[in-house]
Structure formats: structure tokens, C-alpha cells
Design a protein around this ligand. Structure first.
Ligand code: ADP
Ligand code: MG
Length: 691
């Protein structure tokens, strides 16, 4: 067999067609992928039990001899036969007792067990009719026991068997030279890591727990180092593309105080501090790559606007890219108001703009007759050319992938980049997720805001929730009602937006109820949102569409149906849509058959409205891959590292990545080539995030 790890898995005996497709579902396409398909768990079979010590309900390993087939009953029932549903039963014994082994509809398995031979059985013990039993245990002949008693348990997809994966990977490990070392030699030495070959052998077939730990540490380290260097390389690349722009300071005519003094309110301390950090970056000739993390409602928009004002006063153009049409329109209106007194020209570019209008707009953009452009992905189409682009802002960044961010910044000559997100990330993790960015935190809300009152209610208390909606509507306020689905689905008990819309239209006849969801045409969505902004609609029934950015200060109720279906990040974002004005606001989580995990999410929501605290809890509650939309942050999926668990490793990794890049900023030295290639590959395969 070839040792070329780039070869497709189909070169292995027994893999083709269906199994090849099943492996592809796990992201395994090449032999190299197969080697890196790490076990999700292990079965420790070293602790063999005597039969007399077994108890029902536990998994156990037993070494025993087959004493009889078909444990006393007739060999075949008259109509069952070999292929039928009649269970095959065997009795096995050791020095202390007997155990029944049962196979349903798989008599060939029983046939493989020979009377008088000794086997090792592994499985769950249950109570049988006469004695304890094991149903469908794994087994192998005792004399074949190769001492590797810690067996890997692989992730599976339909059509794959644990046995097959074990066999394929074992064959691959045994076939001569496996995988060239992927880490630089000094990285291995400095961090006392084991080599790749040793790591792969022991992650798949550990001889003992100590070796498994060494193997795992090395592979986790490698994965996080690849991620971290990948992010730092992105940052380094944008910094090396020539010097950035040194924007003017206050004395030279770019005085943001002129702008902030024109606002109807004073900036909060956090806003001032953040704007200060941004201005310092902008004035230096270094390219700015700054992330502003501000919890929902902390007032990020005006900070973005102030930075854009500074860019324009320095003779440059600025753009702001947002993830949805709705949000783009809302920003346009706000920015027109903010900038009009300053004679700054704004333009609007989204996918919905008509061709003729678009042409005219692009022409003006190219000639720098527009100062500020507001829009969606349409801003990064290849034919959009900017005259003097100096500043790029992306709002609600958690919806954009890393690559989209980079694509937009390539539109200018090393423009400064400002990224705004309302998705808080635990501080301990921010540095790796945004290894390529500096971070400002806006951890303060504008004064006079009352905290949103949050209640978690069982669905049987929906009427109580409606009474609150009624009360708020009577006071002239507006309400959001959010459902997990657009339409009723036959196989689902979940509430749908369309059903709720009908119910609520009936129930709140005196009020204007509207519905919005992702399957509506853009023009329809716009009309619905416009009416809600204008106060013409009282209740807006929606899917999670309104999660991002929407700002209607008169809305005071957020009612979430089937709240158990939403993650903490989403719930927090949804709740952030209310409490944006001076009035007391409410968030009601209606839950149906909530799992223990959903119930703890609801408790977290009731107990705090601090986005950072919620992010920490989310990290603790969820598994690794799912955490707070890592994918949405543009972070590629991780195979073995767990950002929640491996914080200590992360710290070591960060140091190592910085050391490597200080010596060799683009990792172009041959000794770093393998790491560089892995980092490039990681981000090449990281999918951009759809909308
Ligand atoms: P987010 O950070 O969630 O994007 P926004 O920028 O939409 O928040 O701001 C929320 C609301 O708070 C807006 O109506 C905005 O005008 C207002 N706002 C922003 N900063 C202040 C402030 N310092 N004082 C009072 N209101 C503010
Ligand atoms: Mg915002």
C-alpha cells in the first residue's frame, strides 16, 4: 500500500462507494484525514472482572470459555431459522460462574464462537432469564489479545461500523512510514512534546494512559498552534502589505469631538475609552485591526460612526458592512441623520439595488464622490472599486468569516479595519479566536437603562405571558414574539412563526400584528420592518431573523417560544432587542419539555444579563465544537482541541506561536514549512459563513 497520505481512502481494502461517502461525512477523504480521525473516547478493557463480580447495568470485560451453544433451548425454532429473529444464545464460564451471551438476528456471530475456546467479551451486563447476560458484546479470542486493551471509540456516521474504523486505522498505522513530522524540531524540544508518529500510534492504540496523555497533549498543542499561527499569519500579512494610513489627528482637522458633540447624548466611559483606542490606532501608520466587543445595547454604532467621521475628515472613504439588508437600512437612516449636519455624503449598496442605480453609485464611489458607503456583502463584489478607501468597518462581525473580513480590507490600500461584535467571548479565549486583532471592550451601557426583567415559564403559562404583552401594548409599547420555525412541520411540535402569527392576530384583534421570516422576499421584509420601526405595527412575530442589531427603543417585550431550542448566545442577542429605551422591558422564555441543559440555560438567562458572564456559562455548558458559534467567528472546526478545556495549553501555544513568528515572520524557513502548510490549509478549508 502506498504511504502517500494524500491518497483517497478508497485505496484501502474494503473502502469504496457507500463507506467512502460515509467517511466523507466525517470530513475524512484522504489517508491523512483517516489518521487524524481521532477517537472521541476509549473503552478501557484492562479491568477484567470475574463473572461472580458482575452486576447488571455496567459495562464490563470478562475472560471466559464457551461451554454450550444455545443455552439449553432448541437450536432453531420451527419458523425462525438462522436468518430470523430468534436470538442465538451461548453460555460461557470462568472459575466463578456462568454468563449468557446473546445475539439477535446475527447467528453468524454466535457461529464464530467455538465451544471450549476462551474469549474476551466486552459489553453491557444485563439480567437474563436464568443468569446475567451480555447482548451483542464485542469479543476476540483470548490468545489474540494483543495487550492493547484501551480501545479507541471513533465518531461514526451512518454506514460505518466501529470495527471497520478500528481495522482501517490499525492497518494504516502498521503500513510502513507514517506521516512526516509536522512540527518544527525546536517546538517539539522546547515544549517537551512527543513526535508525530508516537502521538498517532498512541492516540489510536494507546498502550497505557500515560502514553495516551502524552499523545493527546501533543496533538492538542499542534492543532491549537496551527490555528494560532494561521491567525497570526493573517494579521502579519495585512501588516506587511506596506504601511497603513496615518489618519489626521484633532489638530490637523480630524477632530472627532466635533462629531461626538453633535450627538444628543454624552458618550459613556467605555465609549470614550474605545474611541480613544481607535483614534490612536488610526493616527499611527500601522494598519489597525481592532475588534470592538460591546454587549448588546452598549452603543457601538456611534463609535463606528465617529471613526468613519475621522477617516472622512482625513480625506478618505469609509465603508461599513453589515450582515443583513434590514440592518443595512437601519444603519443608513441613522448615519444619514448623524452625518448630514457635517456635510458628509453617504451611499447605500446592497444586493437589492437596481442595476442602473448601482452603476451610478459605483461610478461615484470610484471617483470618491461618496464619502461613506453602507451595505451588505454587495460591498465586496469584484466590480466595486473605491477611490480612496481608508477605513473598513464590519458590524456584527460574528456573522462574517475571517476570509470575508480579509477580502473587504483588500479593497483598499491597507485600510484600517474595525470589527464590531455583540457576541461576547470569554476573555480567556478572545486572544486566540481573534489572534489577528487587538481588542477593545465596551462593558458599560448608556445611563438610564433599566435592566430587562427575564422570566422563564412553562408553556402552560402562555396566557400569563400574553397578559403582559397586552399590558405593554396598552401602554403604547411594541412587542417581539420569536419562534424557532417558519411554518408548522408535520413531524414537529415546535411553534412556527406563521402559526403564531395567525393565533396572535386573532387574540390581539385591536392591534396590528405582522410576521417576518427568512423565506419572504426582500421587499416584503423591508415593508414589515419599516412598519415596525415606524410604530405602525404593535407585535412583530419572527424567526431569529431579528436577532442581529435591530434597534426599536419602543419595543419592551421579547417573548420567545420554545426557548429550549435556542442557544445562550441567541437568547442573549434576542433579549438585547428590548431594553433599548427608557422604559422597563421584559424577556419571557416559554419552554416546553426542557432538557436539563435547556433548563440551566434558562436559569443563566434569568440570573444575569452580562454578556461576558453568559459566554463563560455557555462555554461550560456546551461541548467544544458548538461553543458560541465558533464556526460563525470564522474559526475552523477543531478535531481534538477543546477551547473550554485546554486553556492552559492555549497559553503555552500562544507563547510558542509568538516565538516562532518573531524568528521567522512568514514561516518561510524550510524547518517551519510543514506548520505553515497546515496553517494555510486550515484556513483555506474554513468555509465562509453564509447568511
Ligand atoms: P449596539 O451596541 O447594540 O449596536 P447601538 O449602537 O444600536 O447598540 O445603540 C443602542 C441605542 O443606544 C441607540 O439608540 C443609540 O442611539 C443609543 N446610545 C448609544 N450611545 C449612547 C449614550 N452614550 N447615551 C445614550 N444613548 C446612547
Ligand atoms: Mg449594533
Amino acid at each position: 500500500m502506498t504511504a502517500d497520505l494524500g491518497a483517497p481512502v478508497s485505496v484501502l481494502k474494503g473502502i469504496g462507494g457507500v463507506r467512502e461517502a460515509a467517511l466523507a461525512k466525517l470530513g475524512v477523504r484522504t489517508l491523512g484525514d483517516l489518521l487524524r480521525c481521532y477517537p472521541r473516547d476509549y473503552e478501557d478493557r484492562r479491568d477484567k472482572r470475574r463473572i461472580c463480580d458482575l452486576s447488571s447495568g455496567a459495562r464490563a470485560v470478562v475472560r471466559a470459555r464457551v461451554v454450550s451453544a444455545e443455552g439449553g433451548g432448541p437450536p432453531f425454532s420451527p419458523r425462525g431459522g438462522a436468518g430470523g429473529k430468534t436470538p442465538s444464545k451461548l453460555l460461557v464460564r470462568d472459575d466463578t460462574g456462568v454468563l449468557e451471551i446473546v445475539f439477535f438476528g446475527a447467528s453468524y456471530l454466535a457461529g464464530a464462537l467455538k465451544r471450549g475456546e476462551e474469549y474476551v467479551f466486552y459489553g453491557e451486563v444485563s439480567r437474563g432469564a436464568r443468569c446475567l447476560q451480555m447482548v451483542h458484546p464485542d469479543f476476540n479470542r483470548a490468545d489474540e489479545d494483543d495487550g492493547r486493551d484501551i480501545l479507541p471509540v471513533y465518531p461514526l456516521s451512518a454506514g460505518l461500523r466501529q470495527k471497520d474504523l478500528r481495522r482501517w486505522i490499525r492497518a494504516l498505522l502498521e503500513s510502513a512510514p507514517v506521516a512526516e513530522e509536522s512540527l518544527p524540531a525546536d517546538t517539539i524540544a522546547e515544549n517537551k512534546l512527543c513526535g508525530l508518529r508516537y502521538a498517532l500510534e498512541n492516540i489510536h492504540r494507546p498502550a497505557d494512559m500515560q502514553r495516551l496523555r502524552e499523545a493527546r497533549y501533543r496533538l492538542v498543542f499542534e492543532e491549537l498552534l496551527t490555528l494560532q499561527t494561521g491567525l497570526l499569519l493573517l494579521k502579519g500579512a495585512s501588516e506587511r502589505e506596506g504601511r497603513g494610513i496615518a489618519f489626521k489627528n484633532a489638530k490637523d482637522g480630524a477632530d472627532t469631538a466635533r462629531f461626538t458633540e453633535s450627538l444628543p447624548f454624552a458618550l459613556t466611559g467605555a465609549q470614550k475609552r474605545t474611541l480613544g483606542e481607535i483614534e490612536r490606532d488610526m493616527e499611527s501608520d500601522r494598519v489597525m485591526n481592532r475588534l470592538v466587543q460591546g454587549d448588546v445595547g452598549s452603543g457601538k454604532t456611534v463609535i463606528a460612526a465617529a471613526a468613519m467621521y475621522k477617516a472622512v475628515r482625513s480625506g478618505r472613504q469609509a465603508v461599513i458592512m453589515v450582515p443583513t439588508e434590514t440592518l443595512a437600512k437601519q444603519h443608513l437612516e441613522e448615519f444619514e441623520k448623524l452625518f448630514a449636519p457635517h456635510g458628509i455624503r453617504t451611499g447605500f449598496l446592497t444586493g437589492a439595488i437596481k442595476a442602473a442605480e448601482r452603476r451610478a453609485l459605483l461610478e461615484k464611489t470610484k471617483k470618491s464622490e461618496i464619502d461613506i458607503l453602507i451595505g451588505t456583502h454587495a460591498l465586496i463584489q469584484p466590480d466595486v472599486v473605491y477611490g480612496k478607501l481608508g477605513l473598513v468597518v464590519t458590524d456584527e462581525q460574528h456573522r462574517f468569516g475571517v476570509r470575508q473580513r480579509v477580502k473587504l480590507s483588500k479593497k483598499g490600500f491597507s485600510p484600517d479595519v474595525l470589527v464590531m461584535t455583540a457576541t461576547p467571548i470569554p476573555r480567556t479565549l478572545a486572544f486566540i479566536l481573534y489572534g489577528d486583532l487587538d481588542i477593545s471592550v465596551m462593558d458599560e451601557r448608556p445611563p438610564g437603562r433599566l435592566p430587562v426583567i427575564t422570566r422563564a415559564l412553562g408553556a402552560d403559562r402562555r396566557e400569563d405571558a400574553y397578559r403582559l404583552v397586552q399590558k405593554e401594548l396598552s401602554a403604547g409599547h411594541q412587542a417581539y414574539v420569536v419562534a424557532p420555525l417558519i411554518e408548522d412541520a408535520a413531524d414537529s411540535a415546535l411553534r412556527s412563526a406563521t402559526r403564531l402569527y395567525e393565533d396572535l392576530s386573532e387574540k390581539f384583534r385591536a392591534y396590528a400584528v405582522a410576521c417576518i421570516h427568512g423565506r419572504m422576499r426582500q421587499a416584503e421584509k423591508d415593508a414589515v420592518m419599516d412598519a415596525f420601526y415606524a410604530g405602525g405595527t404593535d407585535i412583530l412575530v419572527s424567526t431569529v431573523l431579528i436577532e442581529v442589531g435591530v434597534n426599536v427603543p419602543n419595543a419592551t417585550v421579547m417573548l420567545i417560544e420554545n426557548a429550549e431550542r435556542f442557544g445562550l448566545a441567541q437568547l442573549h442577542q434576542l433579549r438585547g432587542r428590548v431594553g433599548r429605551g427608557g422604559a422597563q422591558s421584559y424577556c419571557i422564555l416559554l419552554t416546553e419539555n426542557a432538557s436539563a441543559e435547556a433548563a440551566s440555560r434558562a436559569r443563566v438567562m434569568v440570573s444575569t444579563d452580562d454578556g461576558f458572564a453568559i459566554a463563560e456559562k455557555d462555554l461550560a455548558l456546551r461541548g467544544p465544537g458548538e461553543f458560541f458559534g465558533l464556526r460563525q467567528h470564522g474559526i475552523p472546526p477543531l478535531r481534538i482541541a477543546n477551547l473550554a478545556k485546554h486553556v492552559k495549553v492555549l497559553e503555552a501555544v500562544k507563547e510558542e506561536a509568538e516565538r516562532l513568528l518573531a524568528d521567522d515572520p512568514s514561516l518561510s524557513d524550510p524547518k517551519n514549512a510543514a506548520l505553515r502548510a497546515a496553517a494555510d490549509a486550515l484556513f483555506a478549508s474554513a468555509a465562509d459563513i453564509g447568511m
